[in-house]
Write a protein that binds this ligand. Structure first.
Ligand code: MN
Length: 327
């Protein structure tokens, strides 16, 4: 799209995670071509929107970053921050309260998760892209559509706006607060970039063991379920979760939850696009999309597909507007 004109529609692209070949393929499929003067992919009438998590895991870290950044500089794309961009910044930022430590600890687990990004970029380009990550907004409200990495939650957005003055970070002090458990900014950023969770013990429910055998006391919130109001309706519980006795974890009861937890259920009429949740296969109504929410993360890095949703003005989500889904 020429930088000065309004797009006729948006192509919302899921978590890329360094999958450069898949990104070039998808952009071609969507009709984006490389503009000769700028070197950026552009579409004559449309704009691409990336839901974040450009980095980590895949073989084409630098290629993906160059491709997307050229597009955002040129005006043919926008991007919101994912938890992997936030983590990358925190990993590289010294913790002022603990000399020698970083806002995200350099533990084996954290470093391994970040390995591809650390290995594939040299120090200068890493610093340069970290500055770009910091400039990314945590959400986009474009009027007819909304975009966020994990969860659209207005109470959390208000906390961010009060603390930051906008939807993006500008100072290191804000990063410290956003990395400190117990700080309201930490909780708000967690909800927006990683998605909300419910504390099962607060509802008198036992912890469960997940497929890796790890014990967990929190359930992911199905915030996309419009009208959900009970513990059962709001929780995402997989059929392979077990109790401490090795039995299948029983269905959660229909306990009404208090206002704060209920506030996660998206009740807006404006379509929200998000990524983050590693969905598989063809998009399913109810689980992957509803009338007013659409997940675009279909696990590009894990034998899934890099998917886009081609939005052209509709006020309710249509399954056939997903592009490049796997059968
Ligand atoms: Mn994510």
């Amino acid at each position: 799209m020429p930088p000065s004109s309004e797009p006729k529609g948006y192509d919302v692209i899921g978590d890329v995670h360094g999958c450069a070949a898949e990104l070039h393929e998808l952009l071609h499929l969507l009709g984006y071509r490389v503009d000769e003067s700028s070197g950026a992919y552009a579409h004559p009438e449309r704009q691409a929107i990336f839901v974040g998590d450009l980095v980590d895991r895949g073989p084409g870290q630098l290629d993906v970053l160059q491709t997307v950044r050229r597009m955002t500089d040129h005006g043919s794309a926008r991007v919101v921050m994912g938890n992997h961009e936030f983590n990358a910044i925190a990993y590289a930022t010294a913790n002022p309260d603990e000399p020698g430590e970083f806002l995200r600890r350099h533990s084996g687990k954290n470093t391994n998760q970040h390995r591809a990004f650390l290995d594939q970029l040299d120090d200068d380009s890493r610093a340069d892209y970290l500055d770009w990550f910091l400039s990314m907004p945590m959400w986009l409200d474009l009027g007819p559509i909304r975009v966020v990495h994990a969860c659209w939650h207005e109470p959390s957005m208000r906390v961010v706006k009060d603390a930051l003055g906008s939807e993006r970070f500008t100072t290191r002090d804000q990063l410290v607060r956003a990395s400190t458990k117990g700080d309201p900014l930490y909780d708000a950023v967690e909800v927006l970039l990683k998605g909300p969770e419910l504390d099962l013990a607060a509802y008198g429910q036992p912890p469960y063991y997940d497929k890796d055998g790890a014990v967990r006391g929190k359930a992911r919130v199905a915030w996309w379920r419009d009208g959900a109001s009970t513990l059962h309706e709001l929780s995402v519980m997989d059929s392979n979760f077990m109790t401490a006795d090795g039995e299948p974890y029983p269905p959660l009861p229909d306990i009404e939850v208090p206002a704060r937890d209920r506030s996660f259920a998206y009740a807006g009429d404006v379509p929200v696009f998000y990524g983050h949740y590693w969905r598989r296969g063809r998009p399913q109504r109810g689980a992957d999309f509803t009338d007013h929410t659409a997940c675009v993360d279909f696990s590009a890095i894990k034998t899934g597909a890099l998917v886009a949703y081609r939005w052209s003005g509709e006020t309710t989500i249509r399954e056939q507007h997903y592009v490049n889904v796997k059968a």
